[in-house]
Design a protein around this ligand. Structure first.
Ligand code: ADP
Ligand code: MG
Length: 662
């Protein structure tokens, strides 16, 4: 077996010791406030290339010493210099850099990530070092081959024996060079054969210039080392010093004056993708939980999307109906006072004659009737009583024949002008002009046809109409007794207010009431538009509540997840992850849930809206890009906001405590 080593190899021994501890103490304060002195003043120098074993009873402070040397923990007192530089001069990112680039840890319990393959586990330190994927993979495979695991690269830790797992963790410790290998009872869980193989491997690494420090109980294991240090009650009680030949080959320490400051060297799209894949895997391992969390976001986004689409649809409908009505319209209604005002044709004539700026008066008389020609019936035609100037007043010309005249109206002429759909139905292959159609058994002479308007949409076929003179309808045919409301079209929309006042004055005088209600279509549009905006906002707010509830679900699950994965966080920190890496990892997980939920939510929202549209064609639903972007952004923001607290909890963990978690 030959280990692949990294980094430049120097052949001249260092003069300053690689590791220098002076009077190191470490006191733990337990939750009960009891101070435990794990180290009581340890002074120790270890040169580059030494192979040191540390022995001592359980509880003598070996692991504590190892954690301090490996910068997983900081001393309470004393000074620790590495390569001549005080560790206190490193910030948290600098310490992460030391763990990543200088040290390699091998633990008794292996500490591999259970959901990652052997190869991926080996790659972890290089991921945090920003090594590109291709190079990372190549080196991981090389290292696995060097520890004899070339045919186990795709195995999960649970599919490997203890000895194999420990060799994976040795390969991991070498990923970024592994100048100093720290092994805490590495053979403690191994059988004697695996144990022997592992010690041979460590000896081999020592021979290649790695500084190796092994904690052990086993005297046979300790025999492999050149130097033996014994601890008792937090003090060194024996130190043999290095025996035998001094190493001529040493691995050189990476330059200590250029540890990165948290800025990723190779933070590329590939890295982001790797983070997303890692998040996906973490989420897949808890599929049901992820699904339920997702559901919250899906429902939130879908409801926001649907609500906004309905609101948008209402606005569209409004805009269209106003555009159809025109800005020069006034509606005059008799509902408004204490008693209902019934308008008469005389009232309408008076408005047309006496009020300036009035272009046309449009009565609103209509009924649904069956029209008959010969033996053909056309049911449910909108029969409308209008004035002679209707084609001009409504911008709707005749196609053939003529519209009726004012005289026709005054003389109650039995004439009718048909819309295109009625013509199609009653006269499929003949000219309707000059023919008689029956409405309520009264024959009416067809004198014209209207131009086809087409369209139709949710409000029905506009061409399914028959126009009759208003007075003919009122007196001879339909028995319309009075007009509840009518419309006025003005010449100059700029003077519309004065016209409104004049009409109000006139009609109030004629009916001796104040209850004349006049409004312009513009006013109507404005107030309706406000109401629609308001309603849309309320709907969207209700939708957002679902989103917030979804966000709380995310936070809850992420908090649980962080606690469950404390050990994983410890492993990542020990292999050189910065706090920001851990933060980003958990944020990405929250974001992935929200992004996936957002996309599904948008699809669901559109689907729900489309179904509603199909079932209730009269409801206008309008999907626009904006609400989707907004809802998706909100979902992502939800992930960020609610994922932040759990992610920060994770990032602030103490590596040693996290590793001790089970
Ligand atoms: P060893 O590895 O030699 O068995 P440790 O270094 O793990 O010993 O522990 C040394 C002493 O410090 C023990 O008495 C242990 O109980 C105590 N100790 C270690 N870690 C903590 C901690 N986080 N809080 C309180 N006491 C601790
Ligand atoms: Mg220990």
């Amino acid at each position: 077996m030959s280990a692949v080593t990294g980094g430049p190899v120097a052949h001249t021994p260092h003069t300053a010791p690689l590791i220098e501890l002076r009077d190191i103490t470490r006191t733990f304060v337990t939750e009960g406030g009891v101070a435990v002195q794990a180290l009581r003043g340890v002074s120790l120098s270890i040169g580059a290339g030494e192979f040191v074993s540390i022995v001592g009873q359980s509880g003598s402070g070996k692991s504590t010493l190892m954690h301090l040397i490996g910068c997983l923990d900081l001393p309470t007192g004393g000074a620790y210099r590495i390569g001549g530089r005080d560790v206190r001069s490193f910030d948290p990112n600098g310490l992460a850099w030391l763990r990543r680039e200088v040290f390699g840890f091998v633990f008794q319990s292996y500490n591999l990530l259970p959901t990652a393959t052997a190869e991926e586990n080996v790659q972890i330190p290089a991921v945090y070092a920003g090594v590109p994927h291709g190079r990372r993979r190549y080196r991981a495979l090389e290292l696995l081959r060097s520890v004899g695991l070339e045919d186990r690269v795709d195995h999960l830790p649970s599919q490997l024996s203890g000895g194999e797992q420990q060799r994976v963790s040795v390969a991991r410790s070498l990923m970024n060079g592994g100048c100093v290998i720290l092994a805490d009872e590495p053979t403690g869980a191994l059988d004697s054969k695996s144990s022997g193989e592992l010690m041979a491997l460590l000896q081999d690494l020592s021979g290649q210039g790695h500084t190796v420090i092994v904690i052990t109980h086993d005297p046979i294991v300790a025999e492999h080392a050149n130097r033996r240090i014994e601890l008792l009650d937090g003090r060194i009680v024996a130190d043999t010093g290095t025996r035998g030949v001094a190493r001529t080959v040493q691995l050189e320490l990476p330059a200590l004056d250029t540890p990165d400051n948290g800025a990723r060297t190779a933070s590329s799209l590939g890295d982001m993708w790797a983070a997303v894949r890692m998040a996906m895997r973490a989420l897949r391992t808890n599929a049901l939980r992820t699904f339920l969390t997702l559901l919250g976001i899906v429902i939130g986004v879908a409801s926001v999307i649907t609500m906004l689409a309905v609101g948008e649809g209402a606005r569209d409908q409004l805009v269209e109906s106003i555009a159809e009505a025109g800005a020069d319209r006034l509606s005059v209604s008799g509902w408004g006072g204490r008693r209902q005002v019934n308008f008469t044709f005389d009232d309408l004539d008076a408005v047309a004659a006496e009020v300036p700026n009035v272009r046309a008066v449009l009565p609103n008389l209509s009924g649904i009737e069956t029209l008959r020609y010969g033996n053909i019936d056309r049911e449910e035609v909108s029969v409308q009583g209008v004035f002679f100037d209707h084609p001009e007043a409504d911008n709707w010309p005749v196609a053939s024949g003529t519209f009726f005249s004012e005289r026709d109206d005054r003389t109650l002429a039995p004439v009718v002008v048909l819309g295109a759909s009625v013509v199609d139905a009653l006269f499929p292959d003949g000219d309707p002009l000059g023919k008689y159609v029956l409405i309520r058994n009264t024959p009416l002479l067809v004198i014209g046809t209207m131009k086809r308007r087409g369209g139709g949409g949710p409000r029905g076929d506009l061409d399914n109409v028959a126009f009759i003179p208003a007075r003919t309808g009122a007196i001879r045919l339909m028995g319309w007794k009075w007009l509840g409301w009518f419309q006025v079209r003005v010449e100059d929309p700029a003077l519309i207010d004065a016209t409104m006042n004049a009409i109000r004055t006139l009609l109030s005088a004629r009916h001796e009431t104040e209850g004349i209600n006049i409004f312009s279509s513009v006013e109507w549009q404005e107030s309706m538009s406000e109401a629609v905006t308001m309603a849309t906002m309320i709907l969207a707010a209700i939708g957002s509540i679902a989103l917030v509830v979804g966000g709380i679900g995310i936070m809850n699950i992420m908090l649980v997840s962080v606690t469950e994965r404390t050990r994983e966080i410890g492993i990542r920190l020990a292999t050189g992850a910065r706090r920001s890496d851990i933060l980003v990892q958990f944020l990405v997980e929250a974001l992935v849930v929200c992004a996936v939920g957002g996309v599904i939510g948008i699809v669901m929202g559109v689907a729900i809206g489309s179904v509603v549209k199909l079932v209730f064609p009269e409801i206008w639903i309008s999907f626009t890009g904006m609400p989707m972007v907004v809802a998706f952004t909100c979902a992502a923001a939800t992930g960020l906001i609610f994922g932040l607290a759990p992610a920060r909890n994770a990032a602030r963990m103490n590596p040693v405590e996290a590793l001790a978690h089970d």
